[in-house]
Unconditional design. Structure first.
Length: 206
């Protein structure tokens, strides 16, 4: 029997994930059955179950890739010296995250899928663990970025690095939610808004 190449296995797994993602984005996690996924990808149950044990396994795999995509987008965007200012950085992240149609989805559908993943973590301990670990790693990476801002004289010393990191992450999360719900937000909106806030001069009350 001829051996199946790793490239073929990876391509088949990707085909299944993309089909499942389309189903989940269209009908939601709980409105999608494994039969729906099988029909979408045009494969037998045996072919799909070779890669995934069931719907929860598919959801976990998609969640892992989605969260990993967010983290990679942050890390790639921050890989310059001196680091880009928050407005530029968030713009790079959001563009990188939604360029190229992850899972074959348009940006709004992909944003909706990410929001579904976040919601699902409230009931799934497995997803909660996956997301918690990824979020912890993202916070640590961004805390390092905050320290780089300080080292380059771009940020004052008093705000705790983790709190600044959480705020930057929250900005990207808010963009994803707005895109999922309303579909009328572009990275330029965040860039301009952050740039405006960064230009404010804080006046001490006398």
């Amino acid at each position: 029997m001829a051996r199946v190449s790793q490239e073929h296995l990876d391509a088949r797994r990707r085909q299944i994930l993309q089909g499942a993602a389309r189903c989940f984005a269209r009908d939601g996690f709980h409105g999608t059955s494994m039969q729906d996924v099988l029909k979408e990808v045009g494969l037998s149950a045996g072919a799909v179950y070779r890669y995934f044990t069931g719907k929860d396994d598919l959801i976990a795999a998609i969640a892992g890739e989605a969260v990993g995509g967010v983290r990679r987008a942050f890390e790639e965007a921050a890989r310059t010296t001196p680091p880009p200012t928050p407005d530029v950085l968030i713009g790079r992240v959001t563009r990188a995250l939604f360029t190229g149609g992850p899972f074959g989805l348009d940006p709004r559908a992909y944003a909706g899928l990410i929001v579904q993943v976040w919601s699902e973590t409230l009931r799934s301990e497995r997803l909660g663990t996956t997301l918690g670990e990824a979020y912890g790693g993202l916070r640590a990476a961004w805390a390092e970025l905050v320290e780089a801002y300080r080292a380059n004289g771009m940020l004052r010393a008093d705000p705790p690095a983790d709190r600044v990191a959480r705020t930057l992450i929250a900005t990207a999360q808010g963009f994803i939610v707005q895109l999922a719900l309303f579909g009328d937000v572009e990275p330029e909106v965040l860039e301009d808004g952050l740039r405006g806030l960064m230009s404010m001069e804080m006046q001490r009350a006398s």
